[in-house]
Write a new protein. Structure first.
Length: 131
């Protein structure tokens, strides 16, 4: 039986790019080149802590106190991060096929027209009042 590889992995974020990662308790995120913005939120109401935002500069690190989703972004420029990849589950990097198909083929205006059509079928036509 092989042991999981806990060697740190390096990843870069460009300006305007975001990544969401699931950190296990004790996982450490290291900012090799920054600044790096962390938006931290609890996974459940039992975590007893609220969402917070912090900025790591080059050379700073953050250790996860509990199982937590963290959204990473860069306020300006690019950032390089280092983390134990074997202990982190990354969020879905690409949009779902249905969302991508809608965006490519018909666009947002089609989606809004379709939504209006569905509301009309439910009896929520213009000028009608809800009981």
């Amino acid at each position: 039986m092989s042991q999981p590889d806990f060697t740190p992995k390096t990843h870069s974020l460009n300006s305007g790019q975001a990544a969401s990662l699931l950190f296990e308790p004790g996982s450490e995120l290291f900012c090799q080149q920054g600044p790096l913005r962390l938006a931290i939120g609890p996974l459940s109401f039992t975590d007893n802590h609220f969402g917070q935002v912090m900025v790591l500069q080059t050379g700073q690190s953050w250790r996860c106190p509990s199982r937590t989703w963290v959204q990473l972004s860069t306020p300006a420029g690019a950032a390089w991060i280092q983390y134990p990849a074997a202990r982190i589950q990354q969020s879905r990097p690409h949009p779902s096929r249905a969302a991508k198909r809608l965006e490519e083929e018909k666009g947002l205006s089609f989606a809004l027209a379709r939504l209006w059509q569905q509301l009309g079928k439910l009896g929520l036509r213009r000028g009608q009042r809800a009981a």
